[in-house]
Design a protein around this ligand. Structure first.
Ligand SMILES: NC(=[NH2+])NCCC[C@H](N)C(=O)O
Length: 775
């Protein structure tokens, strides 16, 4: 059939599906996928190359997490909000990352498919929540890459002694730095996209090498800062105006520095041994937290805390008179310009300070470079710039790598255009997705303002991690997850868990237990959202689009009055959260425990519950000015789902059903040497179809054009279990009940659709249209 006719037929089919939105929404939007469906998609699409060993994964994680956020945000968060307590801000953010990372690690071991958070939410809460998670991921990665790339030109200019505000580093559209077009940022993204297209093995070597050099440079930065620092600078420890609030506001800003560790989960289909995934995640979060704490401490020791006085920050915005009318200067312990250990950089050198002019002239952006300059260590600016440049390069490479895998996973499910799921037989990577998103991100990087991007990136990350923690909690407690296919290919009936049999809730019926789980999950979230919004409402985080505080009154200038608003009710919320989590533990027996890496039963449900609270709290501490942008973004996302992805998903599954009606294909897969392989014998194996893809193709042409043929001999090559370890005979096999090798699972082509999905009304469409995917 000619391509043109196929397209017309498809459009007709799409419109027909659109007209049935009210019905399809009910059936599909919250339909969950199973592990076998996800595996099936991965297997049918052909394999990605197994390029990553354990150390590669760790360096991949450190490659993206330690980008340039440390260099750009530590100083400004300390200066504006936290003061020397920025160290505590890093601890809070690190703890948030660690707890959510543990939940992430559990799910990523259980579902070792590309797509990360998107896939976990898809198998737990269904398609629409997964689509929202996907959009959070795209927000995180696309804007994250753009923001990181924007820093590239600045550091490059510093390194070669050029002016970062003039061409070619920036083509200004306004006076302010960061508002122009940044061609260099776009170019570096395209270069990294091309590098990735050379192949995943080569990219992995590149990422590992550059990351190691970066870590050495960061150690030099730490040591140099300790030689210059003084403990006098740690007093007063918190910012005199924001106090404890400043710590949380600081931590929500610098959370950006921890974003990206989920990239490890997105490499799940390319790892040699799935069992390495969780340790690489934990290792990445712990190593980066340690390095960030060391760096933050170095900076805090080097800068005088009065530089963190908000007078310095607001003075240029509000003007000297307005500030002193508000009593801001009174909030500072020293007159700003008498601070002994820091002097303005040459570029910002003020005239001899007069009492009136001093505050405005003294405004100085605090960062590692300005701090080292102030201490006369001019050469350190090159080390800092080089470390940041290397950080940017690795963060970009890993980010582009991960985004293409996320997009590939969503396209396999037809939630994004299916052609994006194609895997290049040459490189064994999703080349199309890589190049398409390379171009999109390059354009974003050229246009987007850095300041606008970082909060949105943190928001995207926090939302996806919040979804993941909810999914982890839900899966461990919900009774329906009792019977399932494990990654060992066996049907697992709920593992016997001591704690489950002790809690009073075990006596309740399955239905009541299920309702209780939903109820508790909703309550945990409601209480923490209440706590976060109450806390945010009673602190001075609101700023107008111009950066001025909105509810700015005399109290803001009076440190003593600052925190009085919080205490009584904030405590009530914390108590509420504690009681709800305790009630969860008592009413809901844990229903199963995965065999691989998992959170131990005695930390459940506390660990994910604390993680949820911290994540929601961090969202609440983000500047309110970002909220409307986020609301518009998610509004567009839901619209896109209704107009594009929902009809696409419907069409895909109705095709699967039709194919199923004609010919039922059951292909058995066996876990061999750590990878799923089509079994050569066994029930349901279709003679002559040596690969599941072959059977799907023969099945009335289903997926015909949308599925790239698997490369080479068609070996299905997705990892299962702690397979490699077993394959090598190390004997590690979960509880000892199941070995990875020789275990089997059934990948049931279209049959899965029949069993798992509600049947669809037949669509008024041509048979041919049903056989071709739009591409
Ligand atoms: N996918 C992402 N979140 N990418 C951005 C990573 C930013 C990185 N954590 C940094 O500090 O520079």
């Amino acid at each position: 059939m000619p391509r043109f006719a196929v397209t017309i037929a498809y459009i007709k089919e799409h419109i027909a599906a659109l007209l049935q939105t009210h019905q399809t929404f009910k059936r599909i939007a919250f339909r969950r996928r199973t592990l076998e469906e996800e595996l099936q998609e991965a297997v049918l699409r052909g394999s990605l190359r197994k390029a990553f060993g354990g150390l590669d994964l760790l360096l991949l994680g450190l490659g993206i997490v330690i980008g340039s956020g440390w260099a750009q945000l530590t100083g400004s968060a300390a200066q504006q909000y936290a003061g020397p307590a920025i160290v505590i801000s890093y601890l809070v953010a690190g703890l948030t990352a660690l707890l959510s990372g543990t939940c992430y690690a559990e799910l990523c071991t259980e579902y070792p498919v590309s797509g990360g958070a998107f896939s976990y939410v898809l198998v737990t809460f269904g398609e629409l929540p997964a689509f929202i998670t996907l959009s959070g991921l795209v927000l995180e990665y696309a804007l994250g890459m753009a923001a990181v790339a924007r820093g590239f030109s600045d550091y490059l200019a510093t390194l070669i002694g050029a002016d970062p505000t003039s061409p070619p580093f920036e083509f200004a559209v306004s006076q302010d730095k960061g508002h122009g077009f940044d061609i260099v940022a776009a170019v570096i993204i395209m270069v990294m996209s091309v590098l990735l297209s050379l192949g995943v093995r080569e990219s992995a070597w590149f990422i590992s090498g550059v990351t190691l050099v970066k870590l050495v440079l960061l150690l030099i930065v730490c040591v140099a800062s300790y030689t210059q620092g003084s403990t006098d600078n740690m007093n007063p420890f918190t910012n005199t105006v924001w106090d404890a609030d400043g710590i949380f506001m600081g931590s929500s800003i610098i959370f950006f520095s921890f974003t990206g560790y989920d990239a490890i989960g997105n490499a799940a289909e390319e790892v040699q041994n799935v069992a390495h995934l969780p340790w690489a995640i934990m290792g990445t979060v712990l190593t980066s937290t340690t390095i960030y704490l060391m760096l933050a401490l170095g900076l805090a020791l080097m800068i005088c805390p009065t530089i963190a006085c908000p007078a310095l920050f607001f003075m240029p915005i509000l003007g000297t008179k307005a500030c002193s009318d508000l009593g801001l200067v009174a909030g500072c312990t020293d007159p700003p310009c008498t601070c002994p250990t820091i002097a303005p950089t040459p570029a910002a050198a003020p005239a001899a300070p007069s009492p009136d002019a001093a505050p405005t002239n003294c405004y100085l952006a605090v960062n590692f470079i300005s701090a080292f300059l102030a201490h006369g260590m001019v050469w350190m600016q090159y080390i800092v710039s080089l470390a940041a440049l290397f950080g940017i390069v690795t963060a970009l490479t890993v980010g582009l790598f991960s985004l293409s895998r996320i997009v590939m996973a969503a396209s396999r499910d037809w939630l994004l255009p299916p052609f994006l799921a194609r895997i290049s037989p040459r490189t064994q990577t999703p080349l199309v997705a890589q190049m398409v998103f390379g171009v999109i991100i390059a354009l974003l990087a050229m246009l987007v303002e850095v300041d606008a991007a970082t909060s949105l990136v943190s928001f995207g990350t926090l939302i996806t991690l919040w979804m993941v923690c909810n999914a982890q909690l839900f899966r461990r407690y919900t009774p329906e997850v009792q019977m399932r296919f494990t990654r060992y290919g066996t049907v697992e009936v709920a593992a016997k868990i001591d704690t489950g049999s002790r809690v009073p809730g075990r006596l309740l019926s399955q239905r009541v237990r299920s309702i209780l789980v939903w109820l508790h999950l909703a309550l945990i979230n409601a209480v923490t959202i209440g706590m976060a919004s109450y806390y945010a409402d009673t602190s001075y985080v609101d700023t107008t689009p111009f950066g001025e505080p909105v509810n700015w009154d005399e109290n803001a200038c009076n440190p003593a009055a600052q925190n009085k608003h919080h205490s009584p009710y904030a405590t009530l919320f914390v108590l509420g959260w504690f009681l709800v989590t305790l009630s969860f533990q008592l009413c809901c027996p844990m229903e199963y425990q995965p065999e691989g890496f998992h959170i131990p039963w005695w930390l459940m449900p506390w660990l994910p519950s604390v993680a949820i609270a911290l994540l929601v709290f961090s969202v609440g501490s983000l500047p309110r000015t970002e909220y409307w942008k986020i609301a518009i973004y998610f509004g567009i996302v839901v619209l896109l789902y209704l107009l594009f992805s929902l009809p696409m998903s419907y069409i895909k599954h109705s095709r699967a059903d039709r194919a199923d009606a004609e010919e039922l294909k059951v292909v058995e897969l066996a876990c061999v040497n750590g990878h799923w392989q089509p079994a050569r014998t066994g029930p349901g194996y279709v003679t002559g179809a040596m690969h599941p893809a072959t059977s799907a193709h023969s099945s009335a042409g289903t997926h015909k054009d949308s599925l790239p043929h698997p490369p080479g001999n068609g070996s299905s090559d997705i990892a299962c279990g702690s397979g490699s370890a077993d394959a090598k005979g190390s004997g590690r096999s979960g509880s000892g009940r199941h070995g990875a090798n020789g275990r089997r699972t059934r990948i049931r082509g279209a049959q899965a659709a029949q069993q798992q999905h509600v049947r669809h009304q037949p669509l008024p469409t041509t048979r041919e249209a049903g056989e071709q995917a739009p591409s």
